[in-house]
Design a protein around this ligand. Sequence first.
Ligand code: GAR
Length: 203
Amino acid sequence: MSQLPRLIVCISGTGTNLQALIDACHTGTLAAQIVLVVSNRKQAYGLQRAAAAGIPTLYAPLKGWAEREAYDADLARQLLPYQPDLIVLAGWMHIFSGAFLSHFPQQVINLHPALPGAFPGMNAIERAFAAYMQGQITISGCMVHYVIPEVDAGPVIATAIVPFHAGDTLESYAARLHAAEHHLLVQATRQVLSERQAQELVP
Ligand code: GAR
């Protein structure tokens, strides 16, 4: 177990993508171990998923910090002892600054429910679906990318196109998109780990 690459997963919500990673680690689809789950929201259901899987959790609220960068630096300080090989943002609703990212160069990746350059930020699925309904787009999708201080931007690792279907509702489209995300996030995490292994950066 100790030789497996070490993941930290950051969440803010339901944690279905966290669950996909937990399941993939359990079945061996992903040769890695999740050493910590971080949430900036106390009520995030993903914290319960982590606890059920026996994974340590950290609740790190932004509230109380006067400056974002001080919060980011402090969170990095708390994560460093876990010696993560990769930090996966899976529904993490906080934009990291350089004060965090500088501690983990090329080691932070993010899942976003839209294609590169489209619909950055919150409610991307809702905005993509509205654009489809207005005839502006026919496809959307999801991506995993390296994190830079700009929101939902940075070098792309993997994408999945999820077309709209006639008769789609927001709910039916979102369900299909989330299923694609669960697959993509595991695939992209595996890809990054294997690239880092080839460079002998991770065990
Ligand atoms: C996912 O759809 C993810 O792409 C999105 O949050 C959701 C988390 O779902 N992330 C963003 O919008 C980042 N800008 P989950 O908590 O069920 O994994």
